[in-house]
Write a new protein. Structure first.
Length: 337
């Protein structure tokens, strides 16, 4: 009973953090001069990252890193305010200092992911892919500082590319690995194992986001290759989620249906854009791609996908005991460092 009450308190804290974040976002949108990139980042600071941290912490955590992640998730609102301020205030030094505070928060999150891998190893796959997402939060924090510092002035890339890279490492680079890991935990709960196909999918989710970022920087024709690979993986993930919808509650089903539909549309548009750029065919304009890929992914997939997996509740994890992996029902609740 104590564990149930503890988990419910954790969920209530997550709801409080996100509720406060939503109120602040509404006020901020009303009083501030907001562009779409800043709005996307603030949504990540105050809504997505807090929920993702809640999802990443398994039911019945037993690692110190997981308890630290829980503690961080309970205090994410304050860190998110510094992130919001960094994209709101104009003075260069102030924005860099504020972004650095958000980076420190994200760095601790990333170190927790690294520590989990160090203590556990690379198996099971569903836990490792969650840790990959946690590691990418640190990359997102670094890019926020670089963008606010005007790194585009010393690199052969424009400010838009730098800002979109920052958004990328606060969205798909984190969202997709963490949700893929949560999906793996669900598979274990349903059938006792994830299977070989899932492990290939997890590897793809781990390397897909860096490939997309690299493709944006390198441009065609490699961009088309990377987008095609990543789009195929995400279509696979979406279809697999859709197949499991009947096993979920109505609210979760609605959120994940909207998330999967949005992902299928946005990745299709992204593929058509990359194809058109590579072969110099006017199929999808850059402005259309920016709206369909950016806005649809941010609201349709990321927000509703994260909400869906959050409402599903914290799932137990498999644990490494000696040289083997045991299922949640078989594993004891021993303490790990």
């Amino acid at each position: 009973m104590a564990r149930v009450e503890e988990g419910q308190g954790f969920a209530m804290t997550a709801k409080l953090n996100v509720g406060l974040g939503a109120v602040v976002i509404v006020i901020w949108l009303y009083i501030a001069d907001v562009d779409i990139v800043s709005a996307a980042l603030v949504l990540s600071f105050l809504i997505l990252i807090p929920l993702l941290l809640h999802i990443a912490v398994p039911k019945r955590p037993n690692m110190k890193a997981e308890f630290i992640l829980r503690w961080l998730s309970q205090r994410s609102f304050l860190a998110g305010i510094f992130g919001l301020a960094s994209v709101t205030f104009e003075p260069l030094v102030l924005s860099i200092v504020l972004a650095s505070i958000w980076f420190l928060f994200m760095l601790v999150v990333a170190l927790c992911g690294a520590w989990r891998i160090y203590r556990r190893g690379l198996y099971p796959a569903e836990e490792t892919i969650i840790d990959v997402g946690l590691l990418f939060t640190g990359v997102g924090g670094i890019w926020l500082i670089l963008w606010q510092a005007g790194i585009d002035q010393v690199l052969p890339y424009d400010e838009l590319t730098m800002s979109l890279t920052t958004v990328h490492y606060h969205y798909s680079a984190v969202v997709i690995p963490v949700l893929t890991g949560a999906f793996g935990r669900l598979l274990v709960s349903l059938r006792g194992d994830t299977g070989t196909a899932y492990r290939f999918l997890a590897i793809g989710a781990a390397i897909g986001s860096p490939l997309i970022a690299l493709g944006v920087i390198q441009g065609p024709p490699l961009e088309l290759v990377y987008v095609t690979i990543y789009a195929g993986l995400l279509y696979w993930l979406s279809i697999w989620w859709l197949m499991l919808l009947p096993k979920m509650t109505l609210r979760t089903r609605a959120c994940l249906l909207l998330a999967c539909t949005s992902l299928l549309v946005s990745m299709g548009v992204t593929f058509l854009y990359a194809f058109g750029v590579t072969f110099q065919v006017d199929i999808i304009s850059y402005s259309m791609m920016f709206v369909w890929h950016g806005a649809v992914n941010a609201i349709g997939f990321s927000l509703f996908g994260v909400l869906g997996w959050y409402m599903l509740g914290s799932l137990p994890k498999r644990k490494r005991l000696g040289s083997g992996i045991v299922n949640p029902k078989e594993a004891g609740h021993h303490e790990e460092l």
